[in-house]
Design a protein around this ligand. Structure first.
Ligand code: S3P
Length: 172
């Protein structure tokens, strides 16, 4: 039995990409909350937001996280807004090794600017939107057991750092 790891962080911090590699390295099962919601609903995130609204999406996210937090052996890549909900924060903090991924607004901008499936980033001034949203959410992302910058460290080093901290966390 291995304790689950969860990755939190703003959109475009690399939760999915890094999560898949980390899961492979550590022998954990990779799950992505956005992908699971899309599969279960049979719709893209952008369609769920458009048809049912953000509140309905947050409810789906909360229910799914409750299920996932009850399981071990997972690498859970989360949607960037999962930390807005106090119950989700508690659930993540208490049941997983919680890792926050960060990046500077400019790096985020470059990573997300061509995407079409992030309804909350639809804006005439994308950079400003990113800066404003990041500032509002900063305190919530700070809850990780470990915080890693994904734009100043190589992916290999980031994975090594998380692995080392995870192993220590599990031994303690
Ligand atoms: C959201 C982030 C998205 C997705 C939804 C809302 C957010 O996930 O869950 O568009 O509120 O930050 P990613 O962080 O994987 O882009």
């Amino acid at each position: 039995m291995k304790k689950s790891i969860a990755l939190i962080g703003f959109m475009g911090t690399g939760k999915t990409t890094l999560g898949k590699r980390l899961a492979r390295k550590l022998g954990l099962e990779f799950v992505d909350t956005d992908q699971l919601i899309e599969m279960r609903q049979g719709k893209k995130i952008s369609e769920i937001f458009a048809d049912e609204g953000e509140a309905a999406f947050r409810q789906m996210e909360r229910e799914l996280l409750g299920e996932l937090c009850a399981r071990d052996n997972l690498l859970i890549s989360t949607g960037g807004g999962i930390v807005l909900d106090a119950r989700n924060r508690e659930c993540l903090k208490n049941n997983t090794f919680l890792v926050t991924l960060t990046a500077r607004p400019g790096s985020i901008y470059n990573r997300v600017k061509n995407g079409k499936n992030r309804p909350l980033l639809e804006s005439d001034d994308l950079y400003k939107r990113i800066v404003t949203m990041m500032a509002k959410r900063k305190k919530f992302y700070a809850i990780g057991h470990l915080v890693v910058k994904t734009d100043t460290m190589s992916e290999g080093k980031t994975i090594a750092k998380i692995t080392e901290a995870y192993e220590k966390f599990c031994e303690a």
